[in-house]
Design a protein. Structure first.
Length: 162
């Protein structure tokens, strides 16, 4: 969906490779971490982008993981859940709560601590040689607030420190 892709701004950052692995955990080539703040009027676009990622899905060599937050009232797709869920995106599996690997309740997606916690979780749970972080945000967030979370009515921006 070209309009959906143009209606959002995705900021991607390559992070230092994560050579550590949990005891016995296989190390993939890549872990792609997608911090999806759909807790605003772009909820349907976030759902569409999740479905696009699921068309490919994770493999043994590439983990696609998301922290996905939604807002009530914009879309009833996939059960209209509103908490923050973490997923390892699997081929042809939508963002249903039953497909989530973790439910962290309602998270403040505008908080640098929330972002840091997601990155630490993803790197520990899905070790890989290389990592990429995609911060999926409302386009105006780069100018007003780095990651607006409408359900929490954030007024001040946060900064993230790795």
């Amino acid at each position: 969906m070209p309009q959906a892709k143009l209606s959002l701004l995705v900021w991607a950052t390559l992070l230092a490779g994560s050579a550590f692995a949990a005891a016995g955990a296989p190390t993939a080539e890549w872990t792609i971490m997608v911090f999806m703040n759909g807790d605003n009027n772009l909820e349907q676009d976030a759902i569409n982008n999740f479905v696009q990622m699921a068309a490919v899905g994770s493999t043994e060599q590439v983990n696609i993981v998301t922290q996905f937050d939604r807002i009530p009232g914009y879309s009833s797709a996939f059960g209209d859940w509103t908490q923050t869920l973490r997923f390892r995106v699997e081929k042809d599996k939508g963002p249903w709560p039953t497909n989530a690997v973790e439910d962290i309740g309602e998270a403040d997606m505008g908080s640098g601590t929330t972002l840091s916690n997601f990155v630490a979780w993803a790197k520990a749970k899905y070790p890989s040689k290389k990592t990429m972080l995609v911060i999926w945000v409302h386009p105006r967030s780069l100018y007003l607030e780095w990651c607006k979370d409408s359900s929490l009515r954030r007024k001040k921006s946060s900064s993230w420190k790795p």
